[in-house]
Design a protein around this ligand. Structure first.
Ligand code: ADP
Length: 190
């Protein structure tokens, strides 16, 4: 199996690049943000709880997202591998992911980290908010908070994956196609 984490701050382009990666490498796309938004759309209690936090740009509790990811991994039908998008976002989530994968006799092959300047992140998120209607993409205070939460809770994962020799930094500025070529040249060596 080929399992990768697509990593980076909000607005780095993880979702857009995931679409290209799943086409080329035939991986199952697991985006915790998408899963949470589908729970909100169907109005489950979990969705209602998550929405309050997402609307403030805060993280949803670890036990909730860890449970969701575990369920998706264990119920996938003969996958070639997974691309984890927006997960893990804390060290506890990364440890849980390593455990679940190891229980299923597999592991993360590598982490693709998209490097994008702060001003560009904010610009991309506001642009996306106009089309998607996502409320967390339309308010500058919420966007700033998400980037702060990333720096505080998620950036420590860089060290976590560097220690495992799995961390690959990619320049995330430029066109979607150019960035995808950079990603492919790294992933082709996994
Ligand atoms: P972005 O990468 O632009 O922030 P996502 O769809 O990945 O977009 O995440 C949107 C929101 O969903 C986050 O701000 C957070 O509230 C929640 N969320 C998504 N994934 C996780 C996760 N792994 N852990 C905790 N909260 C999450």
């Amino acid at each position: 199996m080929l399992n990768i984490v697509i990593f980076g701050p909000p607005g780095a382009g993880k979702g857009a690049q995931s679409q290209h990666i799943i086409d080329k490498y035939k991986l199952v796309h697991l985006s915790t943000g998408d899963i949470l938004r589908s729970q909100i759309a169907i109005g489950t209690p979990l969705g209602l709880q998550a929405k309050k936090l997402m609307d403030k740009g805060e993280l949803v509790p670890d036990d909730i997202v860890i449970g969701m990811i575990r369920y998706k991994i264990e119920n996938a039908q003969n996958p070639n591998g997974f691309i984890f998008d927006g997960y893990p976002r804390t060290v506890a989530q990364a440890k849980a992911l390593d455990e679940v994968l190891s229980e299923n006799k597999t592991a993360i092959n590598g982490v693709i980290s998209l490097e994008v300047q702060y001003n560009e992140l904010v610009k991309r998120i506001l642009g996306r908010g106009k089309d998607s209607g996502r409320s967390d993409d339309q308010d500058i205070k919420i966007i700033e908070n998400r980037i702060l939460v990333y720096n505080d809770k998620t950036a420590p994962l860089i060290e976590y994956y560097k220690k495992q020799n799995k961390y690959h930094s990619i320049n995330g500025m430029g066109t979607i196609d150019d960035i995808f070529k950079r990603i492919s040249s790294v992933m082709d060596k996994f």
